[in-house]
Design a protein around this ligand. Structure first.
Ligand code: ADE
Length: 230
């Protein structure tokens, strides 16, 4: 087993690297990958940089070059579901690209021929996250995550994403990671902690809470790794 642990920004993987302690840094494809052994299991950690293109490159590299066979993503998201407050965790059951639009040709939003609107995350990893949550006495919501190359800070944009995808949270990497993992048949799990609610004050909220929410997500991910390696 070789586990990929991925974030989009340095702050999202810093708590994970801290927990690993020592690691080997490898430069590849204009990025850095951190290899370590955690309780006898090989792990590769990286942050992709923000957005669907960079995350696609990183997840592909982790699977095809570093030969990872399980992928965990940790990071922050904008909350859509009003039940989600700053710092709350959401596990993606399925993900969609909210900015993929060939509706001009009669297709639904998020759909292109050969693909599907939603990509489902691995059910066993979701089940494992439920065990971890109950052991920690933590509430972890499950729901739909919508991904696009856009920091959403407008409730009209948010409403539109709800209309098309019934999404609970949004971010900028999950669905592209999901597409790659599904295509390469690697089980994946996407966890996010809420940093903002994607409306007018989203950028201020993000600046204030991104780091603390990233830590909440990373700590939960490492509890999952503890369970996986056991
Ligand atoms: N990640 C965290 N907050 C976000 C937002 N409002 N839009 C897109 N990605 C995000």
């Amino acid at each position: 087993m070789k586990i990929a642990i991925m974030g989009a920004m340095p702050e999202e993987i810093a708590p994970i690297l801290k927990k690993l302690g020592t690691y080997k840094t490898t430069k590849y494809a204009d990025n850095e990958y951190y290899e370590s052994t955690y309780n006898g299991v090989e792990v590769v950690v990286a942050y992709s940089k923000i957005g669907k293109v960079f995350s696609t490159l990183t997840v592909s590299t982790m699977i095809q070059y570093f030969k990872c066979d399980t992928l965990l993503f940790s990071g922050v998201a904008g909350g859509i579901n009003p039940d989600l407050k700053i710092g709350d965790l959401i596990v993606a059951t399925k993900l969609a690209q909210h900015d993929l639009d060939i509706t001009a040709f009669g297709h639904p939003m998020g759909f292109v021929p050969g693909g599907s609107v939603f990509v489902e995350a691995d059910k066993d990893l979701i089940a494992l996250s439920k065990e971890v949550a109950s052991e920690l006495g933590k509430t972890v919501q499950e729901g739909v995550i919508a991904t696009g190359d856009q920091f959403v800070h407008d409730s009209k944009v948010k409403d539109n994403i709800v209309k098309h995808f019934n999404a609970d949270a949004l971010e900028m990497e999950g669905a592209s990671v999901a597409v790659v993992c599904k295509s390469l048949e690697v089980p994946f799990f996407i966890l996010r902690a809420i940093s903002d609610t994607a409306d007018t004050d989203a950028s201020f909220s993000f600046d204030e809470f991104m780091e603390s929410s990233a830590i909440i997500s990373a700590e939960f991910i490492m509890k999952m790794v503890d369970k996986i390696v056991r």
